[in-house]
Design a binder for this molecule. Structure first.
Ligand code: P6P
Length: 338
């Protein structure tokens, strides 16, 4: 008789968390369940993406006469619709929307959380079948309850974040979710359509051998970044190496690998884009929150990402994130070489 391994679903996990915090209202758990449901729907579409050519190219009508949506647009709409009809979220800031999306109804105006998200990061990789991801962060609103949320609810520094997570649509689909109680990974079991706890209490190894950067920009990086990358190239067994350069152009996938195995990811500023490419609020902040709670570090090269006071919804920020020892060596290089 085979031994059935007791797996804890995401719902069971959130209920257990509630038991640990009797004073909790259950709203955060409910919000996480809504996000999980939306991402299961996104996962289904992402997995069909390869079939779109058969069913009609994106942006056209498929054989059923349905308009084929761009996947990041589909992901955005799926998340916003679910969050709008939940009772746990008062509004959303999304990479796909120029302004905040305010859920101006009685229930939503009395919800205490707001969410910032990149609904489908790396969507340009879909047609080459590279892993992509959904990234989100959750804050308590600071505007008065009972009224529509305002931009100030979304422009809070990352160190005020309540929770953050990402879903990676890869060889398996996994939700990684962090609160101040820790970081936990849930793998989607397609046979039952449930996220199941597969990586409890995730810890980022203090050292690793993966370093991730776009070498195409090497000539445009600062001397400090160039110096660090050259150090990575020359690591040997005697000083923690040899290192492997691994950059797949999908930040969630690169950072997920480094979180599990140890490593450093960077998207530095360049001479032509001093603030880099990544967005502070819904890419850098949530990933910094997760990696830091797992024991890693995340900075913009000068200060911790989570300490930065945002100035606008879509502002870009250089990002260096990963294993503590590697981040400290990077900091030395930046200090020494600028
Ligand atoms: P580049 C995807 O578009 C993304 O936002 C991240 O997921 C990824 O790490 C980065 O851009 C890749 O950018 O300029 O190196 O191609």
């Amino acid at each position: 008789m085979y031994q059935v391994r007791k797996v804890m679903t995401l719902d069971e996990f959130t209920i257990q968390e509630l038991r640990n915090f009797p004073q909790a209202t259950g709203e955060l758990s409910g919000l996480l369940r809504s996000i999980g449901l939306a991402c299961k729907r996104i996962n289904a579409e992402v997995n069909r993406a390869g079939l779109v050519d058969i069913l009609g190219a994106l942006g056209t009508e498929n054989v059923q006469g349905e308009e084929v949506q761009k996947l990041d647009d589909f992901a955005n709409k799926t998340l916003i619709d679910l969050l709008n009809h939940s009772i746990y979220c008062a509004g959303v800031g999304s990479e796909e929307n120029d302004d905040i999306v305010v859920f101006d109804d009685e229930l939503s105006n009395n919800s205490k959380y707001v969410l910032l998200m990149d609904p489908l990061d790396g969507s340009g990789n879909i047609d080459v079948n590279v892993s992509i991801g959904t990234i989100f962060s959750i804050f308590k609103r600071i505007s008065p309850m009972g009224q529509p949320v305002t931009m100030e609810d979304f422009l809070q520094p990352g160190n005020r974040m309540v929770a953050a997570g990402y879903v990676i649509y890869g060889s398996s689909t996994m939700l990684v979710y962090a609160t101040r109680r820790g970081v936990n990974g849930f793998t989607l079991d397609p046979s039952v359509g449930e996220f199941c706890l597969s990586h409890p209490n995730m810890q980022c190894p203090p050292h690793g051998r993966f370093y991730s950067a776009n070498y195409g920009n090497f000539g445009k990086y600062s001397p400090g970044v160039q110096n660090y990358l050259k150090r990575c190239e020359t690591k040997s067994a005697e000083n923690g190496g040899p290192y492997t350069e691994r950059y797949i152009g999908s930040m969630v996938a690169d950072i997920h690998r480094n979180l599990i195995k140890g490593g450093i990811f960077m998207y530095p500023g360049t001479t032509d884009r001093p603030n880099g490419k990544l967005r502070l609020l819904y890419e850098c902040n949530p990933l910094a929150f997760i990696v830091q709670l797992a024991g890693g570090m995340a900075t913009n090269g000068v200060q911790p990402i989570l300490d930065i006071q945002p100035s606008s919804l879509h502002q870009r920020m250089p990002l260096f994130i990963g294993s503590r020892d590697m981040m400290e060596e990077l900091a030395e290089c930046l200090q020494e070489h600028g």
